[in-house]
Ligand binder design. Structure first.
Ligand code: FAD
Length: 401
């Protein structure tokens, strides 16, 4: 009987275990998670859960009895401290646990500001796990002054929740504009206007010099010398893949844990999936930080543990919720040289189409589900309507697919 051990009880780990059982795997499955909670979805942590509009139980990916019913040995509050690839064991809580096949679904960790510039002061929060959200929630009270460092999706979503709850929000972004790394100026302009209309102060193109305070954060000094007072701060400056265990075990790393097309690491008995893993993509390597990728890659790992020799072909998509706007993104815009802004049918709706030459790469759709669905079908099919056709308001998008 085969023994599977999964390190990391998050989105990818849970998807992998469930897929193995749904495909009839009858060996043992042990899933080890460092957090106290059973596997849960993270996206609501910076959205409805933080807003207080979603109960804890709804975060959990599976009902409480699922793991026992499926004969999955879920161990929470337990960290794997080492992997021994030669003897095929992992160390957890003083125990040496044997495996035949091992999966690394260890996710990622938020980047923090160094202690030397106030990053560890009380009142400074990151947004990665349930404990972060629960620590932050009681402070999201009307009238408080919140400073957000970082204008990516996490920072903007936190700003939306805080502004909706009546906090006075200032967001500081060192890059020339918000969403600089991930979206075109048109998408950034849309969200800048949205946030400003809700009273959020956005400071772009200005870095943080340091957070201020003796025993608790009280403010920030910016690179231009400006000082901003705050009662609390949220730092949303990106994540780094959790690769420490893999590194010590001698697995190859490249922008995360390196896998081949079948999601296998440099050790054929060890697979990796989700935020922690990079895979071959268009002649290079790609690592994605999204729920759909965590699920699809983990399912590919399960299939390959069962001997299918299936290649992982990612179909990137992502979403973000801010106030009453749903942003849906299909494809990856890296390398784009041109964008088309297409207004939607109703006020406040629009889509941004990314092209490289004549090739459609990606679509951002803001409250425009139709543009998203059609864009996604086109990108996934490798079809590229002429940019002029997309730009023409008379074009019925449906005619493009
Ligand atoms: P995770 O879900 O992070 O799970 C990894 C788990 O492994 C963690 O619980 C960790 O504690 C555990 N672990 C690590 N090391 C060990 C060890 N040594 N021993 C035991 N356990 C270990 N994606 C979207 O697509 N849309 C969104 O809107 C969106 N919003 C987000 C909002 C927030 C606030 C956050 C934090 C993320 C968001 N994401 C979103 C990203 C998405 O949640 C992640 O891409 C996804 O959770 C990745 O799944 P994973 O299984 O790779 O990692």
């Amino acid at each position: 009987m085969s023994r599977v051990v999964i390190i990391g009880a998050g989105q990818a780990g849970a998807s992998l275990a469930a897929r193995l059982r749904s495909k009839g795997f009858d060996g043992s499955i042990t899933m080890i998670g460092a957090e106290p909670a059973p596997p849960y979805q993270r996206p609501p942590l910076s959205k409805k859960y933080l807003l207080g509009e979603m109960a804890l139980e709804r975060l959990f990916l599976r009902p409480e009895n699922f793991y026992a019913d499926q004969n999955i040995d879920l161990r929470v509050n337990a960290s794997v401290t080492a992997i021994d690839p030669t003897n095929k064991t992992v160390s957890v809580g003083g125990e040496s646990l044997p495996y035949d096949m091992l999966a690394l679904t260890t996710g990622s960790a938020p980047r923090r500001l160094p202690a030397a510039i106030g990053g560890t002061l009380p009142g400074v929060y990151t947004m990665r796990d349930l404990a972060d959200a629960d620590a932050l929630a009681p402070h999201m009270a009307a009238g408080k002054k919140l400073l957000i460092v970082g204008g990516g999706y996490i920072g903007l979503e936190a700003a939306a929740v805080a502004a909706s709850r009546g906090l006075e929000v200032t967001l500081v972004e060192a890059a020339p504009r918000i969403l600089q790394r991930v979206a075109a100026p048109e998408t950034a302009d849309y969200f800048r206007e949205l946030h400003q209309s809700r009273g959020v102060t956005l400071i772009e193109g200005t870095g943080l010099e340091r957070l201020l305070g003796e025993t608790h954060v009280t403010g920030a000094r910016l690179a231009d010398g400006r000082e901003i007072a705050c009662d609390l701060a949220i730092v949303g400056i990106g994540i780094t893949p959790e690769t420490a265990l893999a590194e010590v075990a001698g697995l190859a790393l490249e922008n995360g844990i390196q896998t081949n097309a079948q999601c296998q690491t440099s050790d054929p008995a060890i697979w990796a999936a989700g935020d922690c893993a990079s895979f071959p993509w268009q002649g290079g390597r790609l690592r994605l930080e999204s729920v759909p990728n965590a699920i699809d890659m983990a399912e590919c790992v399960a299939d390959n543990m069962l001997g299918e020799a299936r290649e992982y072909h990612a179909k990137p998509w992502f979403w973000s919720d801010q106030y009453d706007v749903k942003l849906q993104i299909a494809g990856l815009n890296a390398g784009y040289d041109r964008t088309i802004l297409r207004p939607g049918d109703k006020p406040g709706t629009q889509s941004v189409w990314y092209y490289k030459g004549e090739t459609l790469l990606a679509v951002d759709a803001m409250n425009d589900a139709r543009a998203y669905m059609i864009g996604k079908r086109l990108v996934e099919a490798g079809k590229s309507p002429a940019p002029e056709t997309v730009a023409d308001p008379a074009t019925d998008l449906k005619s493009l697919v």
